[in-house]
Design a protein around this ligand. Structure first.
Ligand SMILES: *Cc1c(COP(=O)(O)O)cnc(C)c1O
Length: 395
């Protein structure tokens, strides 16, 4: 058994971290790498490092490493910007591919920024597009011949419910629509195979399960046969075929690099590159199998010991991502009390206590100790203390 790989992470002693689905912890390899980038590549190498330290190639090189975790071939994934921006780029490109159609389908389980970005794009385009937001269970039936693009997040950020990506992609293609998957809660959590699904595009972030650190750059995947045709709505110079020719007109690169926009965040990309070492030699099937063991144990223990909590994630482990959520009326305060006891999960409005299971650094013993703490918060009504009721800006 190759998991957990706890030595690859620098976790504070005593903390049980069940929030790697929101912000992954610090991989042990990151500080050394970041420090070398700063003191050697930046301080000493100065501007020469764009060439000599491979900075210019980093977005595509790291993209290939992320690609391995989502079933994407080399040369089909590139890093940069934030996920919100990548959602915008992917949807804009999809609408260009189906210029005669006017409907975008998404669901009410999607992360709000994806919907905000979509609405912003549609109103800027001002071509009469509409965003059709349906319940997650109704997505398949909402896809008809008027749909230009289906844009969904595979794993619901609140409940962990996982879409049947292969089936929805098939339906989208039968209807002639472009399929975009947001893999924010999938990459590094569940096995993903964009090649087998055949979806045109995918996007995701890297500060969640991939442990790239706060503000780590996002990724975008384009199916290889479409790369040379995809129209970059954000025509930045780094996506130009020859950025240093400084031509007045934009000509997109023929590679996936056409979806780069501006100067990449080298320090953050280097941190992510080092963070990805923790995945070497592992398959996502192995990681997922270990995650299922942890989450099944957690659910069984909570069911037995914390009757006030109601499971809102699917019971079938194959129908959920790598997180488990419980509804509880005093969920916010209960989570604050739990965090004060060094068991860190998070809260999502209106009443959801959310726990992420990340087998790279968690064991079943951690899971049992977390439930011990949770049981104590509930049985001693620690959530009823005033100090745990003060709402922070980030929950
Ligand atoms: C976390 C998450 C985001 C965050 O977007 P940023 O631009 O990186 O802040 C967007 N979409 C989904 C589905 C997410 O889970």
């Amino acid at each position: 058994m190759t998991l957990p790989r706890r030595a690859q992470f620098d976790l504070p002693p005593g903390v049980i971290y069940l929030d790697g689905n929101s912000l992954g912890p610090l991989p042990a390899a990151v500080p050394g790498r970041v420090s070398a980038v700063i003191s050697s590549e930046w301080r000493t190498g100065l501007i020469r490092s764009w060439n000599h330290a491979g900075w210019m190639a980093l977005p595509a090189r790291v993209g290939d490493r992320v690609g391995r975790l989502i079933g994407a071939p080399a040369g089909s994934v590139v890093m940069g910007d934030t996920l919100s921006i990548k959602v915008y780029q992917a949807l804009a490109a999809a609408l260009e591919m189906r210029a005669e159609r006017r409907v975008v389908v998404s669901d009410s389980g999607n992360f709000p920024t994806d919907l905000y970005m979509a609405n912003g794009l549609l109103s800027t385009l001002d071509r009469g597009h509409s965003l059709r937001i349906v319940e997650p269970e109704a997505v398949i039936d909402a896809i008809d011949g008027s749909v230009a693009a289906v844009m969904l997040t595979e794993v619901d950020y609140r409940t962990g419910r996982r879409h049947d990506a292969a089936a929805i992609t098939r339906r989208a293609h039968e209807a002639g629509a472009v399929m975009i998957w947001d893999l924010a809660h999938s990459a590094g959590a569940v096995p993903v195979d964009v090649t087998a699904w055949g979806n045109e595009m995918a996007v995701g972030c890297t500060y969640k399960y991939l442990n790239g650190g706060p503000g780590a750059p996002a990724f975008i995947y384009v199916r290889p046969d479409l790369i040379e045709r995809v129209v970059p709505a954000l025509a930045g110079w780094m996506g130009h075929d020859a950025p240093f020719a400084f031509e007045l007109g934009y000509r997109p690169a023929s590679s996936i690099e056409r979806l780069r926009v501006g100067t990449p965040p080298i320090i953050q990309l280097s941190a992510l590159d080092a963070a990805l070492d923790a995945w070497e030699g592992l398959t996502m099937d192995e990681v997922h199998a270990a995650s299922v063991v942890l989450s099944e144990r957690f659910i069984a223990e909570v069911d037995r010991r914390c009757p006030d909590l109601t499971l809102v994630s699917p019971r079938d482990p194959m129908a959920r991502g790598s997180q488990v959520s419980f509804a509880f009326e005093h969920g916010y305060a209960a989570m604050q009390a739990l965090i004060a006891g060094n068991v860190i999960g998070d809260f999502r409005a209106p009443n959801i206590m959310r726990f992420g299971f990340t087998p790279l650094y968690l064991t079943e013993a951690d899971v049992v100790r977390a439930v011990d703490a949770l049981q104590r918060v509930l049985s001693e009504r620690l959530w009823d203390r005033v100090e745990y009721r003060i709402q922070n800006r980030v929950t």
